[in-house]
Design a protein around this ligand. Structure first.
Ligand SMILES: [Zn+2]
Length: 324
């Protein structure tokens, strides 16, 4: 069966195969028979709702609604298509169409906290994310990272001070709540808990915070041991406050790998690293690999050097131009 795949303006792509048009993670309303949403991060979520047949997991639909996107008609089990868990955040999935074409959305390369790594899929055409598609992005083991984090939190508590853990409010913050659940009291943010509540509703065993704050400034009189989960959107102010109250601030992101700043960064990622993206692509046995979302040109080049027929579906979105 012939298939046509083209990038959509603003992000995402259109797949035309047989007599169906399937929009994958479109940014804007588009005319299609189905609209697939891989997960509820903003770079994969339409900016506004419209009348369409949405394909997503129930978890993604609920998180999307919390983010203001109304999902009118939700199809959880579409005909001739399979939703495949990708372990990136709660509900994240890729879409396998006709057993041949697989779009990954964002994929995790390894298990951490309550999440598993992305399930592998055999297909003819693989459309894979490229967030960490540049050589050099290889993350340390989770065990190594956790030892460093535990040691830092213990040191803060021993000194009678709080530890502020910062990450994306949807996805990373919940992983942090889970891995640091032994430390009390737990202070979290409203902007985190609105998503954590959805996780709890789906049975994820996240601890309930002792205190929920709305603004980072509410931590200014926190001169005692406490574990704070803060959204990375308030990172610079959180770091300034940690300094003022003598606490420590730790930022969790894959981007922390090659980042040097005046506070701690831990490269705990919800994405596959460069080597894991290559392994995942090789394991798919795909005859064609299209790269998207991130360092698409770089990843396609790495995949070609491993003998795969790979090309970027769209230009790099991290400010680096493709070479294709
Ligand atoms: Zn994502």
């Amino acid at each position: 069966m012939t298939a046509k795949i083209r990038p959509l303006p603003g992000g995402g792509m259109m797949l035309e195969t047989g007599d169906r048009r399937i929009a994958m993670d479109p940014k804007f309303p588009v005319n299609a028979d189905y609209v697939f949403i891989s997960h509820a991060h903003f770079d994969h979520l339409p900016s506004t709702s419209w009348d369409a047949n949405f394909i997503a997991t129930r978890e993604t639909a609920e998180l999307a609604e919390v983010r203001g996107l109304r999902i009118g008609r939700l199809i959880e089990d579409p005909r001739d298509m399979t939703l495949v868990p990708t372990g990136h955040i709660l509900g994240s999935a890729g879409l396998l169409v006709d057993g041949e074409i697989f779009y990954t959305g964002d994929i995790a390369g390894r298990p951490r906290a309550f999440l598993r790594e992305a399930e592998r899929v055999e297909c003819r055409t693989l459309i894979i994310e490229s967030t960490y598609g540049r050589p050099g992005y290889v993350f340390p083991s989770i065990t190594e990272l956790m030892e460093e984090v535990e040691g830092s939190i213990a040191a803060a508590y021993n000194a009678g001070r709080p530890a502020i853990l910062m990450g994306y409010p949807l996805g990373k913050a919940q992983v942090l709540e889970y891995i640091a659940r032994a430390w009390r009291p737990l202070i979290s943010f409203r902007g985190v808990e609105r998503y954590s509540d959805v996780y709890r509703g789906f049975g994820v065993d996240l601890p309930e915070p002792d205190v929920v704050v709305s603004k980072i400034e509410e931590l200014l009189d926190l001169g005692r041991p406490a574990l704070v989960i803060a959204p990375s959107t308030v990172r610079s102010r959180a770091v300034a406050i940690a300094e003022r109250i003598g606490g420590i601030a730790i930022w969790f992101s894959g981007w922390a790998l090659h980042w040097r700043g005046n506070y701690m960064g831990i490269p705990l990622s919800d994405h596959a690293d460069h080597e894991e993206l290559i392994e995942y692509s090789l394991a798919s046995s795909a005859g064609t690999v299209l790269t998207t979302h991130g360092y698409a040109g770089d990843l396609a080049r790495s995949l070609r050097s491993r003998g795969l027929d790979a090309r970027p579906l769209s230009v790099n979105t991290m400010g680096i131009r493709e070479d294709h």
